[in-house]
Ligand binder design. Structure first.
Ligand code: SAM
Ligand code: SF4
Length: 302
């Protein structure tokens, strides 16, 4: 289950958020940590054993370390993961580790500070790199998320793959999706993940079943994952459900279908989670490649 704990972010990545940011919701519109914990407890009864916290930027919500601690104490939850832009890891990674967080997915779309600043609209690459180094030292399992954008970072593919030579990380290339901010972007920005295999011919498949197809260069420490929602629909293997920060359950990222869990009793939650999971859409319907979801990515969580 992917839980977005906030729509807000300290960045404004061009493909995700409007330049002016988003309106801050009032406290009562956002799921409380107690409610999130209750929902996760009920969901764990249905076999959900892995929780990913995301956003917006999850690490900017006050008290997030305490939530991680509470969720990691739920009996049937085996893994707590966080998807983050990594800016706050330098100051928070140690506390997150102690609170039971197992994995971090850190977004880093380019290794060029100037391009990074431009795409994030003022992000500082050095902060993220220092955060990644600390997280590696602390023993987190790490994936580096790279959204592949034609004309922006496709020329950096070999350099990004090279991060797997000496580091036990997975570098994951994600195809850019036409959703929210990118709905009207020009077609040449959307490039298929096959580009990665063409750019680094030494990559050999090691597991190409499932949502992420995994490759490796022989004798290098890390792996490369390709997430290709556009060029290769992986809906058959998708077991994700999503919870937005305002309490809406989304059985599919690209569907407009949402169920409001915010005011449900425990019994109602049980029934609703059961029916939503059984009725998860068979596949996404990207209408002319554009998502049917009414939300920007910062309001779903990726
Ligand atoms: N702020 C955190 C971060 O950037 O990792 C978590 C939230 S962000 C919405 C989650 C992931 O969604 C990031 O890896 C981001 O690059 C990705 N993302 C955002 N917009 C996207 C789009 N239009 N297509 C593909 N991935 C996108
Ligand atoms: Fe923020 Fe992540 Fe969206 Fe960038 S991709 S604006 S860091 S939520």
């Amino acid at each position: 289950m992917r839980i977005s704990v906030t729509d807000l972010c300290n960045y404004r990545c061009q493909y995700c958020m409007p330049e002016d940011g988003v309106d801050k919701k009032c406290h009562s519109e956002i799921l409380s940590y107690e409610k999130i914990e209750e929902i996760v407890k009920v969901a764990s009864e249905f076999g959900i054993n892995k929780i990913r916290l995301t956003g917006g930027e999850p690490l900017i919500r006050k008290g997030i370390v305490g939530l991680c601690q509470k969720l990691s104490e739920i009996e049937k939850i085996d893994e707590i993961c966080i998807t983050t832009n990594g800016t706050l890891l330098k100051s928070m990674a140690k506390d997150l580790k102690e609170a039971g967080v197992d994995r971090l997915n850190i977004s880093i779309d380019t290794l060029n500070s100037e391009k990074y600043r431009e795409m994030t609209r003022n992000g500082k690459l050095e902060d993220v790199i220092e955060g990644i180094e600390l997280a590696l030292e602390l023993g987190f399992k790490i994936k580096l998320n790279i959204v592949l954008i034609g004309g922006f970072n496709d020329m950096e593919i070999p350099e990004l793959v090279k991060l797997t030579r000496d580091n036990d990380v997975q570098v994951r290339f994600i195809e850019l999706m036409q959703i929210g901010e990118t709905a009207n972007w020009s077609k040449d920005k959307f490039i298929p993940n096959d580009f990665v295999l063409e750019a680094v011919t030494e990559l050999k498949p090691i597991n190409i079943e499932g949502v992420a197809k995994v490759y490796k260069v022989d004798d290098w420490k890390g792996t490369v994952g390709l997430i290709s929602p556009i060029s290769s629909c992986f809906c058959d293997d998708c077991n994700r459900i999503r919870l937005t920060s305002d309490g809406k359950l989304k059985p599919c990222l690209h569907s407009s279908e949402e169920v409001d869990l915010s005011n449900m009793t425990e019994d109602e939650l049980r029934e609703t989670l059961r029916t939503s999971i059984f009725n998860k859409p068979e596949k996404h319907h990207l209408d002319e490649d554009i998502s049917e979801s009414i939300r920007n990515m910062n309001r779903i969580g990726g």
